[in-house]
Write a protein that binds this ligand. Structure first.
Ligand SMILES: [Zn+2]
Length: 154
């Protein structure tokens, strides 16, 4: 079966399935993987400009370590004849959560008190590139803005 629902990330998708009245055992047995996708607008390469002042609070919230943030050049949209308000095109943000035994058990034994953060922690430990991490990678490549990634993760 291939299903689709709207959620912020894969952990939120699992939470949504549970609150929709699905039995934990049905979810834990019925899934092979969960994918999340969002989109961000892509900066126009012709007119983008480096930001002179960056909100440290925002950068931290988007999962940047301090040294990582210091090494990243963030850009802002400007706008030119080539684009719309400094943006041209879109880029996907992905997250693919592999349905391992550990995650299966976490859902199966949730007993109606599913812990999204616990699932996110397990996902990170098993090497999942989260949607937030993917957003950070795009920012490090300078192809989108902090505003776009923050909006996609909200
Ligand atoms: Zn432009």
């Amino acid at each position: 079966m291939f299903g689709k629902l709207h959620a912020r990330d894969t952990a939120a998708a699992v939470a949504r399935l549970l609150t929709m009245g699905n039995e934990p055992f049905m979810i834990s047995e019925g899934i092979n993987a969960i994918f999340a996708q969002r989109q961000v607008r892509k900066l126009c390469e012709r007119c983008k400009e480096p930001m002179t002042k960056v909100s440290r609070e925002l950068v931290t919230r988007l999962g940047f370590a301090e040294d990582e943030a210091a090494a990243t050049k963030f850009y802002r949209p400007v706008g030119c004849i080539n684009c719309t308000a400094g943006y041209k095109g879109r880029l996907p943000l992905h997250e693919a959560l592999e349905w391992t035994d550990q995650i299966r058990d976490l859902v199966l034994w949730s007993g109606g008190r599913f812990n999204m953060q616990a699932l996110r922690d397990v996902a990170l430990k098993q090497g999942t590139v989260t949607i937030q991490r993917h957003g950070a990678e795009l920012l490090k490549r300078g192809v989108t803005t902090l505003t776009e990634v923050a909006a996609a993760l909200a």
